[in-house]
Design a protein around this ligand. Structure first.
Ligand code: FES
Length: 579
């Protein structure tokens, strides 16, 4: 039979709304309670709008408006929209860290999609963890899916200068600690920094993940950078709503978009935008859900030879608003494609290839988006280190590091956990100088738990006052995408899993060579063995509920820090569906 004559498979939602029995009555009748006419149950695609709106997630607080635009698009295309809430993850307010709940949120997303009469889904994502959580959950169901990011905030404006979320938060808090600005100036900056709806407007994790949505092909062209309050963000949402209805008709499922090529495109785009290191963990977790083999070594391999093109904080000076006006991610993808750094045939949600979408993208400002032959920074991306301190790998973002510290051998100053760090870092008697390597333990996926963004440890005030701005720092933690410095992160195995990181002591010598991808603890193996015998695994801080589940099942950073039983997908079929 030709594909033209092939019978279209019945939509998933007809198993609910297409029935003429008691269950059909129940499914339709209850939905009619909000004024839905009977003719809407005529077999049209039913689309879920998965909304991570919450007032506790300030970055997503405008998502009711975005959802209305998605809904309008779905209706215009002849679909039937259902908006539903899932747990939201706000980076600024959640304690101990939103990352602890990423996997929980992904379960919510997965189960909400699978359990309901949906044929396709639009994911409304914004603040850091909401993007990977939604994509992970949706990947495990694998319906036609479009992610719509909420967009970055407008640039922060403080006393005539632009200030960026996170990046200037770090620098200004260090200025206060060093006595360079007053508390009043600090408070004034708070009001100036976040002055509109949207997520962090630096190239932090949220902007990185919004860029990943676009580079993966899982979002509409332009998804990465349109400011949250720009009307064109609402247009994009509306077009996504229209498009997902057609995706259902074309059976264009997420797994047809999220291929290995798509992930390699995303890795290269990451390098080109001076990405957040958090993207490494999130993309690996998403890939493992959809069934694509992606390792940290793919980051080093695929990203090698890619330069940072984008001059954005924290690596550079501009903000997301400038990025959008300069051409946004399409201009970056075009540069990558013209220099053989893009799988041009990778399919995207609009049904076109990534190259078809971006090959004619203009750039309006070469100071914001550099060309590949005159890059902003050369050979950047993510470097993956190995050695006896991190046999499972550790990462560093060279574009945010100090070049002279990329090869460094020095004595360690060790903090047993984040509480120990906070207790001692301000002590003027702390035995530390600017050459030392700061080591922080027990902040990994299991150790914190939740792998907090504390890897970019603030420097000791006595060294800040000397004008020192960077030191080598090593931990099993993550760092905020808006942070910077010569910071080695995601050490595997983490200290709490008994890695050699757990055995480092004050005064041990550590040898770092980023060019050679090496990180070694220069302590004889016999001595490490002696220390290992004395080491005791930490207990979970809460021994019940989700914390217990997380502690017992979380994987290491190199495997995306997912829960072991969530890896992979179960598809859209509902088990035990006996109705
Ligand atoms: Fe939400 Fe930065 S706090 S994106």
């Amino acid at each position: 039979m030709s594909s033209k004559n092939a019978k279209k498979p019945a939509l998933r939602s007809t198993r609910w709304f297409g029935r003429q029995d008691i269950y059909g009555f129940i499914y339709r009748s209850w939905v009619k309670n909000r004024g839905v006419p009977h003719d809407q149950f005529d077999g049209r695609p039913v689309i879920g709008i998965c909304n991570t709106y919450s007032e506790l997630t300030p970055c997503n607080s405008h998502f009711r408006i975005i959802a209305e635009h998605v809904k309008a698009g779905i209706l215009e295309a002849g679909g039937f929209p259902f908006e539903f809430p899932v747990i939201s993850l706000g980076e600024t307010l959640m304690r101990p860290t939103a990352m602890l709940y990423r996997n929980l949120a992904s379960m919510d997303v997965e189960e909400s999609i699978r359990a309901n009469p949906l044929d396709g889904v639009v994911l409304l994502v914004g603040c850091d963890k909401t993007t990977p959580a939604c994509l992970m959950g949706a990947a495990s169901v694998d319906l036609p899916t479009v992610a719509v990011s909420g967009g970055p905030m407008l640039s922060g404006k403080y006393r005539g200068t632009d200030i960026g979320s996170g990046t200037n938060t770090w620098s200004m808090s260090e200025d206060v600690r060093a006595g360079r600005i007053t508390a009043d100036e600090f408070h004034e900056a708070e009001s100036c920094m976040h002055r509109s709806h949207g997520h962090c407007m630096t190239m932090g994790t949220a902007s990185t993940m919004a860029s990943m949505v676009e580079a993966l092909g899982a979002g509409m062209p332009g998804n990465a950078a349109i400011p949250a309050v720009d009307a064109r963000r609402n247009v994009l949402a509306r077009m996504a709503g229209r498009r997902v209805v057609d995706m259902v008709r074309e059976n264009l499922t997420l797994s047809k978009i999220l291929t290995k090529k798509a992930f390699e495109n995303a890795i290269r785009a990451n390098a080109a935008i001076g990405c957040s290191t958090n993207a490494v963990i999130h993309l690996i977790a998403i890939a493992r859900r959809i069934g694509v083999e992606l390792s940290i070594d793919d980051w080093d391999r695929a990203g090698r030879g890619v330069h940072t093109l984008v001059n954005l904080m924290p690596s550079g000076k501009y903000l997301m608003e400038d990025f959008y006006y300069a051409g946004g991610l399409p201009a970056v993808l075009r540069e990558l494609g013209r220099n053989n750094k893009l799988h041009k045939d990778a399919l995207t949600v609009n049904g076109r290839s990534i190259w078809e979408n971006n090959k004619a993208a203009p750039c309006w400002n070469r100071d914001v988006i550099h060309s590949f032959d005159k890059p902003f920074k050369k050979h950047t991306g993510i470097a993956v280190l190995r050695g006896n301190l991190c046999p499972g790998g550790a990462i560093i973002k060279p574009s945010a590091a100090t070049p002279r510290l990329m090869k460094h051998k020095a004595r360690a100053v060790v903090f047993q956990n984040i509480e120990d760090f906070h207790k001692r870092i301000d002590d003027s008697k702390l035995d530390i100088d600017e050459h030392c390597i700061m080591v922080l333990k027990n902040c990994g996926p299991r150790g914190y738990p939740g792998m907090a963004e504390v890897g970019n440890m603030p420097l000791p005030p006595k060294l800040l006052r000397k004008g020192i701005t960077d030191m080598v720092r090593i931990s099993d933690a993550r760092m905020s995408g808006t942070a910077y410095g010569t910071v080695i992160l995601h050490v595997v195995p983490e200290a709490a899993a008994g890695g050699n990181l757990a055995l480092v002591q004050d005064g041990d010598v550590i040898d770092l060579d980023v060019a050679k991808r090496r990180l070694e603890l220069l302590v004889p193996e016999a001595e490490l063995d002696r220390r290992r015998k004395r080491w005791r695994a930490p207990k979970p801080p809460l021994d019940r509920g989700y914390w217990k589940l997380y502690f017992e099942h979380v994987l290491q950073a190199d495997q995306g820090a997912d829960l072991d039983f969530l890896v992979g997908k179960s598809g859209a079929a509902v088990p035990r569906d006996n109705h």
